[in-house]
Design a protein around this ligand. Structure first.
Ligand code: ADP
Length: 581
């Protein structure tokens, strides 16, 4: 053990001893301070006090009942020495001396005890037992255990034997063994105290170690809390955490600003906040408010809400994520509030612009298409003029389709009229039409549609979806390959998929494929015509039917677009069959 760690051990064990004695001794200091917190001088005085008080008791008892005792010189020497030792405890600046120097007091204590025992003779028996006080002190000090135990034993033995050797008492085996028990009793007491003290010290050290670890943990947790607080309050989005009962466990400053906007304060119940639906006027039902939904365990993203009254109304995008404990059980949710007013305003402006421009384009385009039809119907038309007019007609058709697409995206949710429809038939027709219009001789069609499928859908709208998927499959397969169309019944739905062996898309591109005006870099670079609206419209149509559309694609290998629609009920199918007959 090196010097530094030895010293540390001494100071730890000494501190440990002080703490163990606290409960016993703190009442001596009127419980104002712990024993180990006292100065060394006070501790030396307190440790000597029990012996001094017992000696005082003997003195008073002697004065009252055995005044002849004071005639004994040995007894008087013992008394004075004891008084002197107590004075030493009081006067010596122990705190300035080396720590172990206080041991001199319990070691010297044996001398006056020896004198007093000899002096008391048979008048007061058992004075030798006073040796128990220095023995306890030495053993409980935790210092030099073996040496001090041996010293205590030898000193106790000296108390018994020295009088035999230095006085005229005859040295016989009888005189030597007469009080032989005393040193052994003292040794046994010393060993017991030592064992107890060391086990308590070990426990104390363990407790202190745990205490230290706990303090470190607390400091770390406080540091993390400060960090969290700083981060949460420096971000420009509202953040709150709620427990399962919907009680707020955390809310940042930005959220308070948002709550103020909706006419509330930090403590206002969410139900009382002025939060509206998309029209900005209809109050959002309490059950659909974000914190309530989050407390119920819903996970959502980009849930738009209109906060506060006009004109200062803001649009907030809210999201929620679950918080789980170590066992993975839900213990609340975190909800974020992001002000997206500017973005929503810009998107609305864009939609309005698109709608206005497409409206303006549609009127002259209708006139152009009408006159073209008239002109193309003119008899004896010069073939050169006719072929020119065909080109104009084809391009005006493309322009017309674009304008229709633009209008339909600007209008928002498409109008549909779902009726029981022979889906297999519909697919067959659209595939035949795609085959006819296909200008890429490298593309082959394979129709694997199950016969007799009946879906509840708007045939013209779903036809639009099929046309779009088929034309994309052709467009994005410049090197050819087969385009496979499958349709089958899956549970209570009809599933239709269009697969190609074309250019495919990266995983990142697939995420945005249903967004308005989205085009892959490959499509743009290869100058494949398109504006990125077809799939957005298709998705809107399918979703309006209560269905879903997905995309699976591998770059360079091909893509599969699949959509599902609700199947028609048996009675509806029956009705359709009757009509067919
Ligand atoms: P458009 O085809 O008019 O550009 P869409 O909305 O139909 O618009 O498609 C959006 C984008 O998705 C396309 O520009 C293209 O980059 C990509 N895409 C669509 N279908 C396919 C396909 N079958 N294979 C590869 N890429 C496709």
């Amino acid at each position: 053990m090196n010097r530094v760690s030895f010293r540390r051990t001494i100071s730890t064990t000494t501190r440990g001893r002080g703490q163990q004695m606290d409960r016993v001794l703190s009442h001596l200091t009127l419980n104002t301070r712990q024993f180990h917190e006292l100065t060394l001088r006070s501790r030396v005085i307190l440790s000597q006090l029990p012996l001094s008080l017992t000696v005082l008791l003997i003195l008073v008892g002697g004065l009252l009942f055995h005044p002849d005792l004071f005639a004994s010189r040995s007894f008087m020497i013992g008394l004075w020495m004891q008084a002197a030792l107590f004075a030493l405890c009081l006067l010596v600046p122990w705190d300035r001396l080396p720590y172990v120097s206080f041991l001199v007091i319990p070691l010297l204590d044996f001398i006056p005890i020896g004198f007093m025992r000899y002096g008391a003779g048979t008048v007061i028996t058992g004075v030798g037992l006073l040796a128990v006080f220095p023995i306890i002190w030495l053993a409980a000090s935790g210092l030099y255990p073996r040496a001090l135990l041996a010293a205590g034993f030898l000193a106790s033995l000296a108390i018994v034997w020295v009088p035999v050797f230095v006085t005229d008492i005859e040295v016989t085996s009888q005189s030597l063994t007469q009080s032989f028990l005393l040193p052994f009793i003292m040794l046994a007491i010393g060993v017991t105290i030592r064992v107890m003290t060391s086990s308590m010290m070990a426990q104390q050290a363990e407790v202190e170690e745990k205490d230290r670890a706990l303090r470190l943990l607390l400091e770390e947790s406080a540091r993390r809390e400060r960090l969290l607080d700083t981060v949460v309050n420096s971000v420009d989005i509202g953040v709150t955490a709620v427990d399962e009962a919907g009680r707020t466990v955390l809310a940042n400053r930005k959220l308070e600003q948002f709550r103020a906007l909706a006419g509330g304060t930090r403590d206002t119940d969410e139900a009382a906040l002025r939060i509206f639906q998309q029209d900005g006027e209809t109050a959002l039902p309490v059950t659909r408010r974000p914190t309530r939904r989050a407390a119920e365990g819903h996970v959502f993203s980009d849930y738009l809400l209109w906060w506060g009254e006009r004109p200062g109304q803001r649009v907030l995008s809210t999201s929620s994520r679950l918080m789980t404990n170590q066992a993975g059980e839900r213990e609340g949710s975190v909800v974020t509030f992001n002000d997206v007013t500017e973005l929503v305003t810009a998107l609305n402006a864009k939609d309005e612009f698109v709608a206005t421009v497409s409206h303006e384009l549609r009127t002259p385009l209708t006139a152009i298409r009408g006159y073209l039809e008239l002109l193309l119907g003119t008899p004896d038309l010069d073939p050169e003029v006719a072929s020119g007019l065909e080109v104009v007609s084809r391009n005006s058709e493309r322009l017309h389709k674009l304008v229709v697409d633009l209008l339909s995206t600007a209008e928002g949710a498409p109008e549909i009229e779902p009726v029981p429809t022979d889906f297999s038939d519909l697919v067959g027709l659209r595939v035949a039409s795609a085959r006819q219009g296909n200008t890429n001789p490298l593309v082959r069609f394979e129709d694997l549609t199950d016969p007799g499928l009946v879906a509840l859908c708007d045939a013209s709208r779903i036809g639009q979806v099929l046309d779009n998927l088929l034309s994309n499959a052709i467009k994005y397969s410049p090197a050819g390959g087969s385009v496979t169309i499958r349709a089958r019944e899956v549970g209570a739905e009809v599933e239709c998929s269009v697969s190609d062996q074309g250019s495919g898309m990266s995983a990142e591109e697939q995420k945005g494929v249903f967004s308005k005006f989205f085009r892959t870099a490959g499509a743009r670079n290869a100058a494949i015509p398109g504006v990125g609206l077809g799939l957005a419209i298709s998705q809107a149509i399918v979703q309006r039917h209560g269905g879903s559309i997905t995309c699976r694609s591998v770059m360079g290998e091909g893509s599969t677009f699949a959509f599902r629609l609700p199947i028609a009920r048996a009675d509806q199918v029956q009705e359709l069959q009757t009509q067919g007959l």
